[in-house]
Write a protein that binds this ligand. Structure first.
Ligand SMILES: [Zn+2]
Length: 381
């Protein structure tokens, strides 16, 4: 007997949440994963897909995206993005603030078949002026950093919100220093949510930011190039970065346009410091490079020598921990039936970082298919 809706057969199943890397079938029923194992019964299965030679992973999570398409100049379309790189869950990193979250929810998040969750920007307007032609930081004006407005909207949208976002640095907050971070933490403590913090150029200093972050808070752009890099020029990891990891702060790549350096990444990986999450920071500018998308970002780490299993962990179980959603990023039976099917190509490829430095390689992840809610949702072939 069998009444599975969908069966993926013969793939290399990599699920770090179960410490799994094995050839197996994966079965889905009623929107959920129901079994992972060899030679599952095929009789009566509505949709059998042979995925031998391919990787089957939990639905990929991109912890740092900007998908408020149409409502903000920074946003890209989440459905197009999920089809492009197999991200079944996209975490929007504070594109919207208290003043415009309702539109994000109604016009983008709810109509999207892929899952969109969000950090709420502590700035009322969210990231409202980010484009080729206009660039104004949303944390530059203290009048926009309204803790009660932010808390109110956070409490109204608890089902979708995973934390409070704040951007500090000369680019995003002008001369405000760490004040916007202190305000974000004030709201986050009251709402019992973590903070995701962006840091670009000082002020504030890396030390002033990193020492403020609490267990479970996320430092994004964590492998950024100088200034505010986590490693010194000679490759040694900064003390406050090591102390923060010890304390339980989580480290997210957030590649984006200006926030990823090969030299930094090589120093950190050489020191054995793996990111908790690898994310693209995709937005309307970075999608044209050097980040491009989540699969390109993950492929850079493949080139840098991180293991496939560690990379998949950093885009499934790692981000699931950061957003406190252990039901996502896993293929455990009974959990949500999202999966991503990938291939590893050995075609020559050239990767570029935020400083324009390149690395030539011959390994990259390529999308084959996407399962959402237990259904074959997109065929990349
Ligand atoms: Zn971002």
């Amino acid at each position: 007997m069998s009444s599975h809706d969908l069966l993926l057969t013969g793939g290399r199943v990599i699920d770090p949440s179960q410490d799994l890397d094995t050839i197996a079938d994966v079965a889905f029923v009623g929107g959920k994963v129901v079994a992972v194992g060899p030679n599952l019964p095929r009789d009566g299965v509505a949709d059998v897909r042979d995925v031998s030679g391919k990787l089957v992973t939990p639905g990929l999570i991109d912890l740092h995206t900007h998908v408020y398409w149409g409502g903000t100049s920074i946003g890209v379309d989440p459905t197009d993005y999920a089809r492009r790189c197999g991200t079944t869950t996209m975490i929007d990193a504070g594109t919207a603030g208290a003043g415009n979250f309702a539109g994000f929810r109604a016009h983008v998040i709810e109509p999207c078949e892929a899952r969109v969750l969000a950090y709420l920007n502590v700035s009322f307007a969210g990231i409202f002026a980010f484009s080729d032609t206009v660039m104004v930081g949303e944390s530059e004006d203290v009048r926009m950093l309204h803790p009660r407005a932010c808390l109110h909207v956070a409490n109204l949208n608890k089902d979708l919100l995973v934390g409070i976002k704040v951007r500090v640095g000369a680019r995003a907050s002008g001369a405000m220093g760490y004040a916007p971070l202190d305000i974000a933490i004030e709201v986050a403590e009251e709402a019992d949510l973590p903070v995701m913090c962006h840091l670009d150029w000082p002020p504030p200093s890396r030390r002033d930011v990193v020492t403020r972050l609490r267990a479970g808070d996320v430092l994004t752009h964590c492998f950024r190039p100088f200034p505010a890099a986590p490693a010194r020029g000679d490759g040694r990891v900064r003390e406050e970065i090591l102390e923060a990891r010890e304390r339980g702060v989580l480290f997210d790549i957030g590649h984006g346009m200006g926030s990823f350096g090969f030299a930094t990444a090589e120093a950190m990986l050489d020191a054995g410091f793996l990111p908790d999450a690898i994310s693209s920071d995709v937005h309307s500018l970075s999608i044209k490079g050097p980040a491009y998308d989540q699969l390109v970002t993950l492929s850079k780490f493949l080139h840098l020598g991180m293991s496939v299993k560690d990379i998949i962990a950093a885009t499934t179980s790692g981000p699931a921990r950061a957003i406190r959603r252990p039901d996502l990023g896993t293929l455990k039976p009974g959990r949500i039936g999202d999966a991503t099917v990938l291939e590893i190509s050995d075609a020559p490829v050239s990767f570029t970082d935020s400083l324009g430095e390149t690395r030539n390689g011959n390994k990259s992840f390529v999308l084959s298919g996407v399962v959402i809610g237990g259904k074959w949702w997109h065929d990349a072939a």
